[in-house]
Design a protein around this ligand. Structure first.
Ligand code: CA
Length: 381
């Protein structure tokens, strides 16, 4: 059913199985934004293509928010990072479409389950669409409803990935399928659970509650392709700032280093890599080295990416799509960065990927991981 009454709620309106465009009123009162919400609905789900047209204020990044009046649940999205908490939904720009000039438009899409009235309370960067213009509406002719489909576009960048897991298929309390939960050598209070309260995509992520002290570690892991350059990408959200002492949130078994782990984590409050076999760090933990790394933000989702080229003996790392200069092994020894790392020959052959928490001091953290992917080319955020 079309819900034209929804137009009273604001400037933005859409209808199921049709396209509704709410045009701006007189040019004397430019709206803050206009949203076209185009839905293909079927019995148990929907896809939506959303086009945002900006008002008079240019943005270097954008976030569109709305609420679902029904029990719609977003399960995946493309060309935006979409999060849902209860009925509240936030779609955030990605690096490649973050710039939104005055009068410019940007489109993204999502898939969801269940049904309900289309949203009407859109706000762009906190300003309600239509706040500065009355709802002078011009409706386009409804389009012919398209055939419902249950196949969604893959998450951005996942098309060529060896695997790309959003954990939405995880029905149990612990991650299963490709994932194995475990902790080497000893086991304490660390836990790994599928979480439905916090998610980067959809409604599920994996939550790791890691304690201080080595044996309170906890990981979930899977095998990875062993040929060629290994690219990895995951989203991580954690609670407690990286401590001064050494911690790990990712471990990769290096079969070329006696099966010892190549670890990513933190030390001196910034991201670092560590080699278990000889405790080498990247960057060197000198002040000049640490200054070339970055902290891992708390309370927000961060996109962590890495590339490991075993043949070349090289490593690169990105956080939020930006390369971290202190987390690069480029084969040429650089003081404070990879000079210590390259003190011996290094040609890693990584066989698995484990995410979780391990503290070599007394530092606890609670972390969530989502949208984990590996492949032979860069996956992106
Ligand atoms: Ca998810």
């Amino acid at each position: 059913m079309h819900r034209f009454a929804a137009a009273l709620a604001g400037f933005c309106l859409a209808t199921a199985g049709a396209t509704a465009v709410v045009a701006a009123g007189p040019a004397t009162a430019a709206p803050a934004c206009a949203v076209e919400y185009r839905v293909d609905q079927w019995q148990t789900g929907f896809t939506a293509e959303i086009t945002v047209t900006n008002g008079a204020t240019a943005f270097t990044s954008w976030a569109l928010t709305w609420h679902y009046a029904g029990n719609q649940s977003v399960t995946s999205a493309w060309n935006a990072t979409v999060r849902q908490s209860g009925t509240a939904v936030t779609a955030e720009s990605l690096p490649y479409n973050a710039s939104l000039p005055a009068g410019g438009s940007v489109s993204f899409g999502l898939q969801g389950t269940s049904t309900g009235p289309d949203p009407t309370d859109f706000a762009l960067n906190g300003v309600a669409c239509g706040d500065t213009a009355p709802p002078s509406t011009t409706l386009t002719t409804p389009t012919t409803p398209t055939t419902p489909t249950t196949s969604a576009p893959p998450p951005a960048g996942c098309a060529d990935a060896a695997f790309c897991d959003d954990f939405e298929q995880q029905a149990g309390s612990a991650p299963a399928g490709r994932w194995t939960v475990g902790a080497a050598n000893c086991q304490g209070t660390g836990t790994v659970t599928v979480d439905t309260a916090v998610a980067h995509s959809g409604t599920r992520s994996v939550k790791v509650t890691g304690g201080g002290g080595y044996c309170n570690h906890a990981f979930f892991g899977t095998g990875v392709p062993t040929a060629g350059v290994l690219y990895g990408r995951f989203w991580v959200r954690h609670t407690t700032a990286l401590p001064a002492a050494h911690v790990t949130f990712m471990a990769l078994r290096d079969t070329a280093d006696g099966g010892r782990d190549l670890r990513a984590g933190g030390q001196n409050r910034a991201l670092q890599w560590n080699r278990e076999s000889d405790d080498a760090t990247l960057p060197a933990q000198s002040p000049a080295g640490v200054a070339q790394s970055v902290p891992l933000p708390t309370g927000t989702w961060s996109c962590f990416e890495f590339a490991i080229d075993g043949a070349a003996g090289q490593l690169r790392t990105w956080l939020g799509s930006a390369e971290v200069p202190g987390l690069v092994v480029d084969g040429v020894p650089t003081p404070d960065v990879d000079q210590q790392w390259l003190a011996r020959a290094w040609h890693p052959a990584v066989a698995d990927l484990r995410l979780g928490w391990e503290s070599y001091g007394t530092d606890a953290d609670t972390l969530w991981f989502d949208d984990v992917a590996v492949g032979s080319s860069r996956i992106g955020c």
